[in-house]
Design a binder for this molecule. Structure first.
Ligand SMILES: [Fe+2]
Ligand SMILES: [Fe+2]
Length: 447
């Protein structure tokens, strides 16, 4: 092991020589023997000893106790005092500096070695602790969260710079105050609630200037070494910017949705202007389809897509000459073939628009039938999207219930008869049952 290096400070020559011999006999290296406080610093600066053995009473302007304080504070060098008498006052003062050890004359080599080793060990431990504290304190100060620690009495024992900035309370003002005084929450989390708050919670903090700041916080217990109780550490961050951004995204989403709704409305009106006999058809189909979807337990987000698809499901009729659409007599085979192109035409119009739902596909499938007899692709049962199966039922019911250029309205009863008759063959059983329930039992009306 490396020999420890010792500086001896003693103004009496005889004593100094004795001490020098003892220290060397034990096996330590002596860096210097000096007489006054002033000489101590000159020597320490040059030779950096590991420990200073020093008479508590020195000649010169600086006494041993003040020198020891500076040695520890600024150089991290421990001092062992040597004295031939111990008056109470001197010892009281000595205790105020770091007391690493005392030796009262006379003492032997064993005592000297034990005191020096203990002092060196103590100094090492204290430096380690100091280093750890500095390390921790640097982390806590530079961290991007506000941190407040309270002791078991509920008094603030630590507040980092960010917490000071957010709350508006400086460290000096905050330390020793009750937590509630500097950390006021809008909806007053109860003490009990705060204690068990280990998951992140969003709350409103009322800062010193009464400004309300949305924060995200956790509160965790810190066990105290005395075992008498627990302190707590509160970690929080200002989430105003995030909240603002969320609000803006939400607003822009709403604006987009309104714009989309407006556009769909415009398209729907355009088709119906060419085809006045079916005016309102898509709107009424949409209302019924949405109700059937809800009756079947379809989630709200999906219902929106269903309703929107229904509102424009006949958009492809824009390719059908209006003479055919408004022809008051029965359609010829050819005219009917032309009409039957409208789901495909609708699909082509809509396929490149990025809806959050499969709108083009729903429109394409609205004339498909469960048994595969529908068009354009002759899909069967589950191959048809649930939205399209619902739309098919709503479409037929509305069409039959209303007046058409080539025939008067059959009325709602005939419409229901038609879907009941073809339940499970042309139309999905669940969709038919839901539609019948709505109209016959729940008083649903198309208008
Ligand atoms: Fe259609
Ligand atoms: Fe239709």
């Amino acid at each position: 092991m490396k020999k420890s290096r010792i500086l001896i400070v003693e103004d009496e020559n005889l004593v100094a020589r004795d001490l020098h011999n003892m220290v060397r006999t034990i096996g330590y290296e002596i860096t210097d023997v000096v007489r006054t406080g002033e000489e101590v610093f000159a020597s320490v600066n040059r030779k950096r000893p590991d420990l200073v053995l020093m008479d508590i009473v020195l000649r010169g302007k600086l006494d041993g106790i003040s020198v020891a304080a500076v040695l520890w504070e600024e150089y991290s060098i421990p001092v062992v005092y040597i004295t031939s008498f111990a008056d109470d006052l001197t010892f009281e003062r000595a205790k105020l500096t770091e007391p690493f050890g005392y030796l009262i004359k006379p003492f032997d080599e064993r005592e000297l070695e034990l005191t020096i080793e203990t002092a060196l060990y103590k100094a090492r431990m204290q430096l380690l602790l100091k280093e750890k504290e500095q390390w921790l304190s640097t982390i806590l100060k530079s961290i991007g969260d506000g941190i407040i620690a309270v002791n078991s009495g509920g008094l603030v024992s630590f507040i980092n710079p960010l917490a000071q900035k957010i709350t508006g309370w400086s460290e000096q003002e905050a330390l020793g105050k009750k937590l509630e005084e500097i950390f006021t929450l809008k909806d007053n989390l109860s003490e009990k609630h705060l204690k068990s708050l280990t998951a992140t919670e969003e709350v409103l903090l009322v800062a010193r200037n009464c400004q309300e700041i949305p924060i995200e916080m956790t509160s965790s217990p810190i066990p105290e070494s005395t075992g008498t109780g627990t302190g707590r550490v509160i970690v929080f961050r200002d989430i105003s910017a995030r909240k603002q951004a969320e609000k803006e995204i939400e607003e822009s989403r709403h604006r987009l949705q309104r714009a989309l709704q407006g556009t769909i409305q415009a398209i729907s009106t355009t088709i119906e202007m060419r085809d006045p006999y079916t005016a309102g058809h898509q709107r009424r189909v949409a209302k019924l389809a949405e109700a059937i979807g809800r009756e079947l337990g379809m989630p709200e987000a999906r219902l929106k897509g269903l309703k929107l698809s229904a509102e424009i499901h006949d958009i492809g009729k824009i390719y059908v000459p209006s003479e055919i659409l408004s022809k008051p007599t029965k359609l010829t085979e050819l005219e009917y073939t032309i009409i039957k192109t409208h789901p495909q035409a609708g699909y082509e119009i809509l396929q490149n628009i990025e809806f959050p739902w499969p709108v083009a596909e729903i429109v394409l499938q609205h004339h498909e039938r469960i048994d595969g007899s529908g068009y354009p692709r002759g899909l069967k049962g589950e191959e048809i999207l649930p939205e399209a199966r619902i739309l098919a039922v709503a479409d037929v019911v509305e069409a039959m219930a209303s007046h058409r250029p080539y025939r008067p309205a059959f009325g709602i009863d005939r419409a229901l008869e038609e879907i009941k008759l073809n339940r499970g063959r042309l139309y999905g059983s669940d969709e038919v049952d839901a539609c019948v329930r709505l109209i016959e039992e729940k008083g649903f009306s198309l208008d």
